[in-house]
Design a protein around this ligand. Sequence first.
Ligand code: FES
Length: 164
Amino acid sequence: MTPERLARGQELIARYPQPQSALIPFLQYCQEQDGYVTLQAMKDAGELVGVTPGEVESIASFYTLLFKEPAGKHIIQVCRTLSCSLRGADELQSYIKRKLGIGHLESSADGRFYYEEVECLAACDRAPCLQHNLEFHYDVTPAAFDSLLEQWLTQPPQPAMPAE
Ligand code: FES
């Protein structure tokens, strides 16, 4: 593990009562650095928080915002469940796919975007909604998506974990 990665891992561990609680934030940090969760990152994570490689692998596989191969700098996940569907998610999904030129579970050729349709994001009262990296957006229309896209392309991406 690099000294920088170890320092960041120790900083994350210090935030929680149990070291294992730092596992996902540490993997998110590694993903930000490497573009995805590498085998080395999973090995480092296990050593850091004291769990087996198998446990790291199973957690990394379960958590939908961790990718074990390059996905995209902008991860866009649009809810496809009933409330969002009834309030225009289908139209929004079609619009985004056309706009980005990619389909469900696909990345753009330039590595900037990854698009996915996901189950309920637990914001049904603000449907349709989407998640961009770790940020939620509510009542999203195609026009609102255009504004978001412009922001994402002109502002630096939000870190997965706040500095403190
Ligand atoms: S149905 Fe879309 S957030 Fe619940």
